[in-house]
Design a protein around this ligand. Sequence first.
Ligand code: TA6
Length: 301
Amino acid sequence: MSQLAELNRRFAIPGMLEFKALPNGYIAASIANKHAGACIALQGAHILSFQPRGQEPVIWLSPLAKFEAGKSVRGGVPVCWPWFGPHASNPAFPGHGFARTVPWRVASSEMLEDGATRIAFEIEQNDATRAQWPHASSARLTATVGKTLHIELTTRNNSYDAFTIGEALHTYFHISDIGKVEVTGLNGCDYLDKVGAGGRKTQQGALTFSGETDRIYLNTPGNCAIVDSGLKRRIRIASENSRSTVVWTPWTEKADKMGDFGPDGWGGMVCVETANAADNVVRVGPQSEHCMSVTYSVEKM
Ligand code: TA6
């Protein structure tokens, strides 16, 4: 039996959840319930789309997104784990960790009483990942697709020694135009500025955008929002067990260099990432778990 057939035999929910083939052998869970639609690839447990009924998409996916084994997809919700950004000591290791470039297996799927769909994935480690991360550990991503999108990233330390992780749900949000949005909820927070001369600064008021912006906000409260005057909506981002918030727009030059945003595609997205990075990396004790989660909800303005 093919992998696709086996997945549908074990985890499909008629009329709500079906596994489908994407280009290059990619497989994704296609979810459609009374509240929303979503698509989640097995590679990286990568949420590619989320669109509540009657709403504009919440998640942005590049029109040039490529589905290739071992490569992350531009857009959606890349899972950065077990480190964020460049590896602390080995530049040969992939930026943002390996989780988004390896297959994950489906652990469970269910329809909830309110008609939402919940699906869970477990990372599949291999010799290459163990060479980069020699700790007995596992990672589980659970997505609950309903009126809101709730994502949990759980790290389990199966060893008898503590280890430290960096992590992020590197979400690309669909917006009307980068010049028409602001991010609220970070006022007064310190951030590491990754653009220009860099340095540690403090956010004054709401964050608006007029050029490349790449910031790791530290010791952040759990809630922030994207206020989109163009789409007349607010996307609320409610995080738990996350002390960092990363905000990124590549702007023209960086987007052109990256080459996979599509013509001016970068103007229709902004990343606001629920994370634990830099000063906020997390120590996971032996035989214990750490769960970072976030809920995205949309309000009309
Ligand atoms: O989260 C922001 C960031 O760290 C930027 O510096 C940029 O590198 C972005 O992630 C995208 O990284 P990727 O490896 O997905 O191209």
